[in-house]
Design a binder for this molecule. Structure first.
Ligand SMILES: Cc1cc2nc3c(=O)[nH]c(=O)nc-3n(C[C@H](O)[C@H](O)[C@H](O)COP(=O)(O)OP(=O)(O)OC[C@H]3O[C@@H](n4cnc5c(N)ncnc54)[C@H](O)[C@@H]3O)c2cc1C
Length: 549
């Protein structure tokens, strides 16, 4: 056949692809080409036949075992950021990695320790949240809620049992009585979150478990010296929308006849939006909701960070005096997973919600190390041991018992209605702190320090029987005892959500909401938390709670 055979009646009207196919048919069927290329084609065909024969033979042999090769070790694959990397280089890197993976799969090889996890471990995320307690989980929820279909959020939690987390070991109370208006507003937001959580946290119309909210007002007792500040606090709380009332000793005596009021000049009582609830159930509901929204929880510990090897100029407008400095951005976290494999995850934003371990995360970032520049300022969070005691006193007051906060740092609440109580203690600045490394349950501490204080306030508690105790840690901010929210002034893609000592759970929804606004709308809209930002430590702005635990 000398000429190509084209089946199409009208060649001009066909698609370009079809025209190309036709042209190829013509070329292959043209015998005139055989002289110069035919010989090599025959040789290639022979080689192909030989390869097929060898493949057939090898398929009859037993497949080699994994041990025949032994594991091979390759450096952890970290893909480049799709937004900033050169697309060609990135595509080559991805293809090369996938090629190696395919090759390993064909040969039955393991590409090194942690290889199984490497396949399921998320390599990128928009926001990385360090710590999956209530704070981290609420922040994840609010961020995801902002842009549900687009944001990729990963929460890294080193202890998925939450055995030592403050979130699951706390007193689970909520109060609106603070001395900073931002804290009152945050508390009111937290109360509203609890009220509406069934709608917020339902998963495909399946309501979350009831957190068993138990309404009960806080009663803050004050001495003569506390009265002026208590009155200021009261006015501000009313202005913010809290429902609170001041009580004179006369009213207190009529309402709580069992109480010793010798040293008490005034009290402040919460009429609404205060009480306690089951924090385990709240955490469970949050995680369930988050997983349903596509938030990824990773079991692992953040053990380091990596920067992008680029130096940027510090924007002069960002923080006064910092212009002209160079900075590096952290873009990857190193995560130690449970079988000791080490993975990398690239992030655009990160949030530190690691409770009392937030300072360790800051150390990994180099914050607080002796060096020139802003990073020399430490993150002022340390762990402070707090005991919680359960005691039984059937003779004690029942339903009318408030959540009592004594001026000496003791706080007590009822647990059920059978004479069980729960108490804890925050030492005043001049009093001794419990030793954080003492492993015992603190019975001695109860007998020597707390019991006398309990008996002084309510003599009926002399008959109590201690039923149990446990301890957990405050994420205590030793600078001004107030939370830290928002970006670090140097690593402005890394934000804080920690340092709330004894009220982190109730404030978590407000912090989550505020961070959602700041990270994705670039400003606070509903809840302004500028006052709580890390920058205050640079300027020595103390934001202290007064006459409040
Ligand atoms: C005795 C006591 C009573 C309290 N009572 C109340 C109360 O009544 N009401 C209230 O609102 N608050 C209360 N609090 C405070 C409250 O418990 C905390 O502020 C809050 O739980 C903090 O939440 P979080 O998620 O930040 O911390 P946590 O619950 O401690 O969670 C932090 C998580 O981060 C993880 N983590 C740490 N480091 C890493 C790492 N490197 N990599 C990965 N994960 C890491 C930890 O495993 C942990 O699970 C109380 C605290 C104490 C100690």
């Amino acid at each position: 056949m000398k000429k190509a055979f084209c089946v199409l009646p009208s060649f001009q009207n066909t698609s370009p692809r079809l025209r190309l196919v036709c042209r190829c048919q013509r070329w292959y069927s043209d015998d005139s080409k055989k002289d110069d290329t035919g010989a090599s084609r025959d040789a290639a065909r022979a080689q192909m036949d030989e390869a097929k024969r060898l493949a057939k033979e090898s398929s009859k042999q037993k497949a080699p075992k994994f041990d025949d090769f032994g594991p091979i070790y390759r450096p952890t694959y970290v893909p480049d950021d799709p937004l900033t990397a050169d697309p060609t280089k990135r595509a080559i890197k991805v293809l090369k990695h996938q090629g190696w993976e395919l090759w390993d799969a064909i040969r039955g090889r393991s590409p090194g320790p942690g290889w199984r996890e490497a396949r399921i471990f998320p390599q990128f995320c928009d926001t990385l949240i360090i710590g999956g307690g209530i704070m981290g989980s609420v922040v994840a929820y609010y961020l995801k809620e902002k842009i549900p279909e687009a944001l990729n959020i990963v929460v890294v939690e080193k202890d998925p049992t939450y055995q030592h987390a403050a979130s699951t070991n706390s007193m689970g109370t909520i109060r609106v009585q603070f001395s900073q208006p931002e804290n009152v507003k945050a508390a009111l937001y937290g109360a509203e979150f609890l009220r509406t959580m069934k709608e917020k946290l339902n998963v495909y119309a399946d309501e979350p478990d009831d957190v068993k909210f138990n309404p009960q007002g806080f009663l803050f007792l004050g001495t003569e010296a506390d009265v002026p500040q208590m009155k200021i606090n009261h006015e501000m709380q009313i202005e913010c929308g809290a429902k609170v009332a001041l009580m004179t000793p006369g009213r207190l005596a009529a309402r709580y006849p069992w109480m010793n009021l010798e040293d008490i000049a005034l009290a402040s009582y919460g009429l609404e939006q205060e009480g306690w609830y089951d924090t385990w159930k709240l955490l469970y509901a949050l995680k369930k909701k988050n997983l349903s929204m596509g938030i990824h929880y990773v079991d692992g510990e953040v053990i380091g960070f990596e920067n992008d090897n680029q130096w940027g100029d510090f924007p002069e407008h960002y923080i006064s005096g910092a212009g002209g400095q160079k900075f590096q951005r952290m873009v990857r976290a190193k995560v130690k997973t449970h079988n000791h494999g080490e993975q990398r995850i690239q992030f655009s934003q990160a949030v530190i919600a690691a409770g009392h371990e937030a300072a360790q995360i800051c150390e990994l970032l180099g914050i607080g190390k002796p060096q020139p520049g802003i990073r020399v300022i430490q993150c002022p969070i340390e762990k402070r041991k707090r005991y919680i005691y359960m005691f039984h006193c059937p003779e004690g007051p029942r339903l009318s018992f408030p959540i009592l906060v004594d001026p000496n740092g003791l706080y007590v609440r009822r647990e059920g209605i059978n004479g069980m109580y729960m108490c804890s203690y925050t030492p005043r600045s001049n009093q001794q702190e419990p030793d954080p490394d003492d492993p015992n349950s603190g019975e001695e501490f109860f007998n020597n320090v707390l019991w006398p204080k309990l008996v002084y306030r309510a003599p009926v508690f002399s008959k109590l029987k201690l039923r149990g105790s446990w301890h957990t840690f405050y994420d205590y901010n030793y600078f001004d005892q107030t939370g830290i929210v928002g970006p670090h002034p140097y690593y402005f893609n890394i934000s804080f959500a920690c340092g709330f000592s004894g009220y982190g759970i109730q404030h978590a929804p407000a912090v989550g909401h505020a961070l959602g606004e700041l990270l994705y709308e670039m400003k606070y809209v509903d809840i302004d938390m500028t006052k709580f930002e890390f920058e205050r430590f640079l300027q020595y702005d103390v934001v202290k709670e007064v006459v409040i635990v």
